[in-house]
Design a protein around this ligand. Structure first.
Ligand SMILES: C[S@@+](CC[C@H](N)C(=O)[O-])C[C@H]1O[C@@H](n2cnc3c(N)ncnc32)[C@H](O)[C@@H]1O
Ligand SMILES: [Zn+2]
Length: 406
């Protein structure tokens, strides 16, 4: 599917409605570095290029829109269980907020695409369960441990000096260019030999088997899942904008090189000061970014202009895009929807759980049309007429709580 967003577009706004306006299967690679549920609020230092940028990372159930829960409860029971396994209301709210967005990311990702979710040990264990239930455990590729030295240290426990990056593919048919991310071979005390063509080789002899291994010094080693060679940015680094939580370009370059080709579309829904977009631009990829902070859009334009020395047709938008791949989807109550949903639900009503024949079930909008719900199959379910009458235009939560009262 073709993307309905022009390359080099930066959106200012909440990424959920914007992603809902993006075509399905139109993105090759997603990197996201969302708030980590760190219970802190971030602001850029006054005087830095990013001054004025701030975002909150504290969570309560007030941050959760009931319609998000409705969708998860109705359509994604395994995901719903994972979210409710969280210990506190704050963790639950954060996971609901993330889960509805990750569901959209899965929809817009091409079948050959990959997603990298950057997080830290605060929530990585919960996020991995969320990712397993959305992208399927079989599509889990790596937990990349990004180790760094800089930042504060503590004497109360071991200092936290790593982030986790969860890498999933959408299907088994994904791109991974291991050659593009080889690491420079380190000098070792292995013997080095030069062959007749002038090429040098490191030679290792296995003392037990006597087998000899030869490694060409001009081809790097395969990159492992722990990255110790990329540092956090320090204050004086050239690429530093002052944007809170800015990530190094080298980190994004490795991810983009490994999981995309030139001209592919790279998408960052929490793009901050645009590290992903700058790295994608340098590597001749197309890019789309979203950030809720207005400062982010300003910084993208500045950084790419600085980088390329010219203004590069960047499109800054604040509207919600309209999908162009919905033209021919059937009306919600079309027979093909009913057949598909009947199979999906195993013939049970999605409210009371009673088994019915197909003709006794009705197609319901999980999120009602008058509050923005669409005819897309992801927003449809089958209910018996009794449950459908109780629910009316209200949410799934309401239906379930009414049924539980009995
Ligand atoms: C950890 S920072 C990303 C930093 C980025 N990787 C960089 O290198 O600059 C998280 C970003 O998410 C943005 N954000 C938070 N909630 C958002 C939402 N609902 N939609 C879009 N952006 C959001 C914040 O403004 C912040 O810039
Ligand atoms: Zn029912």
């Amino acid at each position: 599917m073709r993307t309905n967003i022009k390359p080099k577009t930066i959106f200012t706004g909440d990424n959920l409605p914007i992603m809902r306006g993006m075509n399905s299967e139109s993105i090759d690679l997603i990197y996201l570095d969302p708030p980590f549920n760190s219970n802190a609020n971030y602001a850029a230092p006054i005087g830095s290029k990013a001054a004025g940028a701030e975002f909150k990372d504290t969570w309560t159930l007030d941050d959760v829109d009931n319609a998000w829960l409705d969708l998860i409860e109705a359509k994604h029971p395994a995901l719903n269980r994972v979210i409710h396994a969280a210990m506190t209301d704050s963790d639950k709210s954060y996971l609901i907020y993330m889960a509805v967005r990750l569901l959209e990311m899965k929809r817009i990702l091409k079948d050959t695409g990959s997603i990298y979710l950057h997080c830290d040990p605060t929530m990585s264990h919960y996020l991995k369960l969320v990712m397993d239930s959305i992208f399927d455990k079989n599509n889990f590729r790596n937990e990349i441990v990004w180790c760094y030295q800089r930042g504060s240290r503590t004497k109360k426990q071991f200092s936290n000096k790593h982030d986790a990056i969860l890498f999933y593919s959408k299907t088994k048919n994904y791109l991974f260019d291991f050659n593009a991310v080889r690491l420079k071979r380190k000098k070792t005390n292995m013997k080095v030999e030069t062959d007749s063509e002038g090429r040098t080789w490191q030679i290792k002899k296995d003392t037990k088997s006597g087998k000899v291994y030869r490694y060409p010094t001009d081809i790097g080693t395969l990159c492992p899942d722990y990255w110790v060679d990329i540092q956090q940015l320090n204050r004086s680094e050239n690429e530093r904008t002052g944007y809170p939580t800015q990530k190094p370009l080298a980190l994004l370059e490795r991810i983009i090189k490994a999981s995309s080709n030139e001209k592919d579309v790279i998408f960052d829904p929490f793009c901050g000061c645009a590290t992903t977009l700058v790295a994608a631009d340098r590597l001749s990829r197309k890019w789309i970014g979203i950030d809720i902070s207005e400062k982010a859009a300003e910084l993208v334009i500045d950084r790419i202009k600085d980088d390329q020395g010219l203004f590069q047709d960047i499109i800054a938008r604040t509207d919600i895009p309209k999908r162009t791949d919905l033209g021919d989807i059937p009306r919600y109550n079309a027979p093909e929807n009913k057949t598909l949903l009947y199979g999906e639900q195993g013939g049970d009503c999605n409210g009371c759980g009673t088994h019915f024949q197909k003709q006794h079930l009705e197609v319901d909008h999980i999120i009602a049309e008058n509050v923005g719900g669409t005819d897309h199959i992801e927003n449809l379910q089958l209910l018996c007429s009794h449950c459908n009458r109780i629910k009316g235009e209200r949410g799934q939560e309401y239906l379930i709580s009414r049924l539980n009262q009995k």
